[in-house]
Write a protein of this length. Structure first.
Length: 477
C-alpha cells in the first residue's frame, strides 16, 4: 500500500502545520510530527483520502483555534464528521483517571465510543492510528500516565484491533502496552522466546529447505517465512495452560503463502507427507473462519529430529486480511464500507463485520436519549463471536451466547416474528438452547404465529430485542 498524495492532502498538511505552530509534544518535537505520523500510518493501511485528511487534522479542533466549520468549508462534511468523532473519543479518555478501578471508569468512554462508531467506523481506524503513534513515543510521559495509557490499550484498543482482524496492529499495540503494564513479566517472556528461537534456528533452516524442495517438485508457487509468537500472546496462552511452556507448540511457526485455496490443501498434503501431524492439532480456518474473519490452515507436526513445529498456510488475499483486516477491505474493495451500512446496505459488509450494524443501532438510541445496557453492549462488542449457518450454507455472525431467536431476527424481522420452532444440526431443539460455533440452524415459521412478550427471556442480542419490542408495540396499537 503506497503513500498517497493529492492537492487536498497537501493542503491539509499545510493547514495542520499552521494550526499547530508553536506547539510541542512531551518528546520535545514540534507537535506536527504526530499528525504527520498518523497520516503515514493511515497511508500504510491503504485508507481513503478523507480518512487520511481527517487523520492529519484530528487534533486541531481540540488543541488549536481551527473549528469544525473551518474544516467543513475546506474539506467537506465527511472529513469534518470524522474529525468530530475522533475529538469525542479523545474527550472521553480524559475522564478515565482511576487505573485500579478501570472498567467502571470506562463507562463514559464506552458510551462516547459507541456514538462515534455508530455512524462511521473510520473514526475508530483514525483513533487506532493515533494510539499506535502515541504508544511508540510513550517513553516521554510520566510513569503513571504510561501505565494508564498502556492498560487502556490492552483492555480496549488492542481487543478492538483484533475485532477488526488488524493482526499486525493488535500484536504491536499489545506488546508495547504490556511492556509498560508488567515490565518484569515482559522481560521474562521475551527472554524465553529469544532463547527458543536461537536453539531452533538451525533445525528450522533445514525444515525450510525440505519444504522448499517438496513444494517446487509439486510446482506449487509459494512464499515461505517464519512467524515468531508475540510476548503478550505467549503471556495469555501460558495463563490458559497453567504456565506450562511445554504445552505451547507455536512459539515459532512457518508461514506458507500460496496462489489459491486449492494450493493451500495441496501444501497441507505435502507437509503431512514429510512430517508426522500431531493428533487434534489441524485447524482449518479456511472452511470454518475465525469469528473475526481470519482464514488460514494451521497444522502442528513432529519433524524427523523430534522438533514440534506449527505451519500456517494461506493465500495472499487471506494473508493481507490477516495482517490489515478492515483496512485491507477498504483498500481492496475500493469503496467506503461505512457508506453502505449507513444507507442500510449491510449486505456489502463482510459477514464478520456485521456486528458494526449493532453499533449503529446503539448510537441511534444514545442520540435519542434512550437507556442502553452498557454491560450487554460491552459483552457484544468484545466477547467471542460465533459463526452459524443457514441450511443453504449462508454464514451468520452472532455473539457467543446467542439463541435461535437472535438468529431468526438477524435473518429478517418477518422470520423472527413468526417463529414456531427450530432445528439445530437437523434435529428439533428448543428456543432456549444456546447456539454454538458451526451449528446449522433452520428456523420453522407459521403465518399464524405472532410474537410473545415471553420471547424477551429467550434472546441475547440487543438487535433481536429491539425488533421484537417494535413489533409488540405495533400490535398493541
Amino acid at each position: 500500500m503506497k503513500e498517497k498524495s493529492s492537492p487536498r492532502i497537501e493542503h491539509a498538511v499545510e493547514i495542520a502545520k499552521k494550526a499547530h505552530e508553536g506547539q510541542f509534544r512531551k518528546t520535545g518535537e514540534p507537535y506536527i510530527v504526530h499528525p504527520l505520523a498518523v497520516k503515514k500510518i493511515l497511508e500504510e493501511w491503504g485508507m481513503d483520502e478523507d480518512t487520511i485528511i481527517a487523520g492529519i487534522l484530528h487534533d486541531t479542533v481540540e488543541d488549536t483555534p481551527l473549528t469544525l466549520n473551518d474544516i467543513k468549508k475546506e474539506f467537506g462534511e465527511s472529513v469534518a464528521f470524522l474529525v468530530d468523532g475522533v475529538t469525542k473519543l479523545s474527550n472521553a479518555r480524559d475522564g478515565m483517571r482511576d487505573i485500579d478501578t478501570y472498567l467502571p471508569a470506562t463507562r463514559d468512554n464506552f458510551l462516547r465510543l459507541m456514538i462515534a462508531l455508530g455512524d462511521d467506523i473510520r473514526v475508530l481506524i483514525i483513533k487506532l492510528a493515533d494510539r499506535l503513534h502515541n504508544l511508540r513515543t510513550l517513553s516521554a510521559l510520566p510513569p503513571e500516565k504510561q501505565k494508564k495509557i498502556a492498560k487502556e490499550t490492552l483492555e480496549v484498543f488492542a481487543p478492538l484491533a483484533d475485532r477488526l482482524n488488524m493482526g499486525l496492529l493488535r500484536v504491536e499495540m499489545a506488546d508495547m502496552a504490556f511492556k509498560y503494564v508488567d515490565p518484569k513479566r515482559y522481560a521474562e517472556l521475551k527472554d524465553i522466546i529469544d532463547r527458543y528461537n536461537k536453539s531452533a534456528a538451525r533445525s528450522l533452516k533445514k525444515i525450510e529447505q525440505e519444504i522448499t524442495e517438496a513444494l517446487n517438485k509439486e510446482k506449487i508457487k509459494f512464499e515461505l517465512s517464519g512467524r515468531v509468537k508475540s510476548v503478550y500472546s505467549l503471556h495469555k496462552k501460558l495463563a490458559k495452560h497453567d504456565q506450562n511452556i511445554h504445552e505451547i507448540y507455536d512459539l515459532t511457526a512457518l508461514r506458507i503463502i500460496v496462489e489459491d485455496v486449492t494450493d493451500c490443501y495441496l501444501t497441507l498434503g505435502v507437509i503431512h507427507s514429510l512430517y508426522t501431524p500431531m493428533s487434534g492439532r489441524i485447524k482449518d480456518y479456511i472452511a470454518m473462519p475465525k469469528q473475526n474473519g481470519y482464514q488460514s490452515i494451521h497444522t502442528t507436526v513432529i519433524t524427523k529430529d523430534k522438533r514440534v513445529v506449527e505451519f500456517q498456510i494461506r493465500t495472499h488475499e487471506m494473508h493481507e486480511y490477516a495482517e490489515h483486516g478492515l483496512a485491507a477491505s477498504f483498500y481492496y474493495n475500493e469503496q467506503k464500507l461505512t457508506e453502505n451500512y449507513k444507507k442500510g446496505k449491510i449486505e456489502h459488509l463482510p459477514t464478520n463485520l456485521l456486528w458494526i450494524t449493532e453499533l449503529q443501532t446503539t448510537a441511534a438510541k444514545l442520540r435519542e436519549g434512550k437507556k442502553v445496557d452498557l454491560k450487554k453492549l460491552k459483552l457484544n462488542l468484545f466477547a467471542d463471536r460465533i459463526f452459524v449457518y443457514t441450511p443453504k450454507g449462508d454464514i451468520i455472525d452472532l455473539p457467543k451466547g446467542a439463541l435461535p431467536l437472535d438468529f431468526a431476527y438477524r435473518l429478517h424481522s418477518e422470520i423472527g416474528d413468526h417463529v414456531v420452532g427450530v432445528k439445530i444440526n437437523g434435529k428439533m431443539s428448543n428456543l432456549s438452547k444456546k447456539l454454538e460455533h458451526g451449528d446449522i440452524v433452520e428456523i420453522l415459521t407459521s403465518k399464524n404465529q405472532t410474537p410473545h412478550t415471553s420471547w424477551l427471556d429467550k434472546m441475547f442480542t440487543p438487535h433481536a430485542r429491539q425488533k421484537l419490542l417494535h413489533q409488540l408495540n405495533k400490535d398493541k396499537k
